[in-house]
Design a protein around this ligand. Sequence first.
Ligand code: FE2
Length: 377
Amino acid sequence: MSINRLTLPKVYDEAQDFMPLLGTDYVEIYVSNSKQAAHFYKTAFGFQELAYAGLETGLKDRESYVLYQDKIRLVLTSPLKSGTTIGQHIEAHGDGVKVVALWVPDAQIAYDEAISRGAKHYMTPTKEEDADGYVIRSGIYTYGETVHIFVERNHYNGIFLPGYTAWETAYKPIPTGLLYIDHMVGNVELGEMNTWVNFYKDVLGFAQIVSFDDKDISTDYTALMSKVMSNGNGRIKFPINEPADGKKKSQIEEYLDFYEGPGVQHIAVATNDIIKTVRELVSRGIEFLRVPDTYYDVVLDRVGEIDEDIAPLRELGILVDRDDEGYLLQIFTKPIEPRPTLFFEIIQRKGATSFGKGNFKALFEAIEREQELRGTL
Ligand code: FE2
């Protein structure tokens, strides 16, 4: 029996949910060079061109490129002048996730419900309109300077949001098989994990589905505590990490130091063929964390029979874990910006609904080798 089924209602009733969420709408990353970042996400990850807003569309202070791959939408935004809130965000945090936008049936109700339950205001419900209809957006803060924007788009037929124009160039690298966002993980300060677990419970109506304690996932030097929050229909999962005591600096502390506060640690994206996806990503220049080769000598003893041959998993460094419902395959990129902060996970679920706890020890040891090289352990 899975932990998920124990804690989530057996039959999800959207009418009973004060905060019905239809899915992740988009993720906006503030970057110092949106034009070059867009090229990177196209070339290396296989994202496709969707929309653009900037000087050519009448904006004076910023530009954004919107990319998509299957159900994933990424917005890459840079300031066009000094003294903007976007620029201040980049100055403080480096490139990082600013917005995790949630698709809602009603952005006014979502905002009112969240504020009445204690959320901190970010964006007053605002109607944005063009020839393709209208969108209403509102927003609240979550951990650090990260925000959730509620997007109501059932009266809109445009490509992305009002104000954006289609973006199309002659350069179209093919997709790499990324399908949707499986989960997004937040790192928060020591002692603050439960604050944010309660925030997702009380303000957004999420439930906790899995918990690891630090004994589960510590090495000699590093440790973390993690709780996974899920919305009612299970489409949105936000694990929250906090550092735990270790002999040396944990990867969560390293993140908090370099991000200068809490923020999104990784975006996990799903594929239906991880071997094909990862092989493609490697050929396009994405660098992944590697566990020692000995991991593969014993992995099948731990997880039992799997459909895949072990040889390509070993060759590419793909990890395997099993829970009560099946198994999963996963791999983690190295950080994708100068600071050791945000990275991506590629995940293929074959029944498993957990997050790869069995891999954490091997993984942490791999991260510690990287920290050693950075002199931050
Ligand atoms: Fe993950």
